[in-house]
Design a protein. Sequence first.
Length: 238
Amino acid sequence: MINKQLLCFLVFIISLTLLNGEYGSDYIIPEPEEVQDVEFAKSFVQKEIVDKIRDIFSPELTVFLISMLPVFELRGSIPIGINYFDLNPLLVFTISIVGNMVPIFFVLLFLDGITKLFYKVPILRKFLEFIFRRTHHRSSMVEKYQELGLVIFVAIPLPITGAWTGSFAAYLFGLKFWKSIFFIFCGVLIAGIVVTILSLLGWIGAIIALTVLLALFLRKAMTLMNINNIKKRNEGAV
């Protein structure tokens, strides 16, 4: 257990260092008025993180580290490895799968202890409850279909899904440790295959991914509009 805790701590420090830009103190975030929207700002910061990692580590290690990070995961590391570093697709796929799974062991292993510790501090408790609420809201599929839902949830390579969110969902819905590891791994494999194919298709893959994201966004927008219309009708009826 001591070795596992030490390794988890080292992974956490590396990820935190990269996210905080310890190696890039000259990096300046644009003023709010210079940023057109939240997505642009997000992609801007992500690009800076990738650049900092690339400047320090080899392409293979860069792909590995990016696949470990939340938000990025393999949906970020595979396109970077194939299209940016021009690495062998099979090598990139393998590295990304391993890198994406590494932190999941630690999340599932230590999340219960971290939760109990955080709940003793009011501000940390509110933060954790916020994360859990968002995870619960996004992972209704896991709640409904359990293990199968977990596979599907992780397999869909979207910003709101993935192994990190899937591990939180597995914890919230009380799935067993090794079952969670296995089914998250299955989902990661499927997601890796999908992202690798899209990456190999180049611009065609990018267009397909953009089309799917746009369709999902429009569907979400229409759902919210319908909900608001129903609320207005109910308020008018009252």
